[in-house]
Design a protein around this ligand. Sequence first.
Ligand SMILES: Cc1cc2nc3c(=O)[nH]c(=O)nc-3n(C[C@H](O)[C@H](O)[C@H](O)COP(=O)(O)OP(=O)(O)OC[C@H]3O[C@@H](n4cnc5c(N)ncnc54)[C@H](O)[C@@H]3O)c2cc1C
Length: 496
Amino acid sequence: MTNQVKKVVVLGGGTSGWMSAALIKKVLGDVVDVELVESESIGIVGVGEATIPPIQHVNETLGIDEAEFIRETKATIKLAIKFENWRVKGESYYHTFSAPGRSLPFCHFHHLWTRANQLGIDDNLWAHDINFHAAEAGRFAKLQTQDPLFDLKYAYHFDSGLYGQYLRKISERLGVKRTEGLVDQVNLNVQTGDVESLKLKNGHLVTGDLFIDCSGFRGVLINQKLGTGFEDWSHWLPCDRAVAMPSERHQHTTPYTRSIAHEAGWQWRIPLQHRNGNGLVYSSRYYSDEQAAELLASNLDTPALDDSRVIKFRTGRTRKQWNRNVIAVGLASGFLEPLESTSIYLVQSAVVRLIKFFPHMGIEDAQRDEYNRQSKLEYDLIRDFIILHYHVTDRVDSQFWRDMQNMEVPKRLVDKIAQFKKSGAITHEELDLFWEPSWLQVMLGQGIKPTDYHPLANQFSTEKLAEMMANMKKAKQAPSLQMPTHDEFLKMFAGV
Ligand SMILES: Cc1cc2nc3c(=O)[nH]c(=O)nc-3n(C[C@H](O)[C@H](O)[C@H](O)COP(=O)(O)OP(=O)(O)OC[C@H]3O[C@@H](n4cnc5c(N)ncnc54)[C@H](O)[C@@H]3O)c2cc1C
């Protein structure tokens, strides 16, 4: 057991640093002092613009006013990701944030749908999804209903630089102390080996009891100082670079992200109020940086606003998210490409976990081990979900896609796919961020069709099943017919 934790030092002022500082100070209040150190000379990674619905909990916890948030971060609404050309060129499907249809007790809706599909009654699962209809129509409203049938779940696209600044304002208001300076030495306690202080280039010393490493890909504490080690996943996820390039906004902003597969990677298109965020995620084994930049530039759907910028990354995670008295959060803790917008969520999840385990009386080994077990499992499960998109594809038009199809994938994923193919069943595992509807949409979208369904789906006659399917579609589409357009909503709700 180490000493009591009275002061937390956060190293890094990107999204992860400011989110960590804000949440810890807001929830723990006077229990701890929080000091954040950041260096303007290094700057932030400056990408990370698409989120998933749990971000609403961060905003609620911090008491953020949603309309102000939308204005300050130039945010738009995100209902889904549209995956284009992933199974075959010219085809697309959505991964929405909601669940299709209405499930029966003990039997998910998709079993009913599978039966209907096999009978030739219904060919589109997504027509039973409220988010799909709103996304396709380019519409949005905050629905005032408790009925889970109409649970229109949403997240945001935002400007990552503005989001960091917004969180900084909140943190400073809550009492977080900000220190500007470049850390050029990390001092360890000679007896315990724990981090004791950070020495800045100007000579200033920042001491603390617990250190949160939010220093980005460098991992100044977890990696450079403690040498924690890295588990490399590039054999499953070979993309190791992204080229980013902003472009002019569209006249009408879509309430969804686009993810467009190319011969060796994929392109994101994220609509913001003032511009589109665009990027191409690729593998340097298949594209040179110049090829990637050219490909992106030639596939923008609005004029470019700036030059392209290449960002290099390594896919994998640090072997221990919590090592000694250092907890790695954000890019310092690992990286999974932004295909499912999971990185900011992983920041949130790490900080919430830390707050739950907060070692105010000193760090216990058992507590640290459990924190690490949970963090590893959470990362591994998201990794498998991302591999699914690449591995289960019918594309054979390039070496990249052939390699993706032929690679060996983690056993847990192999079993999950086999179970779904055979029975339509999807098991939700402990700590999996993605629930059944997410796995369902991506497995179906990538072309896996279950051969069987749950026997409870046989309880209705064919006529009754057809009637239920038709009614469900109508019910799920009806709200979007009444909604304002996405742009009208932003104007009415946030005045932008
Ligand atoms: C191409 C790409 C696209 C992405 N898209 C998404 C997305 O759509 N959705 C999503 O959720 N996530 C996305 N992410 C991830 C997201 O960008 C990051 O999770 C998020 O920005 C957090 O970054 P960070 O704060 O950990 O690191 P950074 O932003 O790199 O911040 C690091 C901080 O550490 C400081 N620092 C470093 N070294 C020192 C030192 N020696 N002394 C003092 N200060 C130091 C820097 O000054 C900086 O303030 C994407 C990432 C990439 C690479």
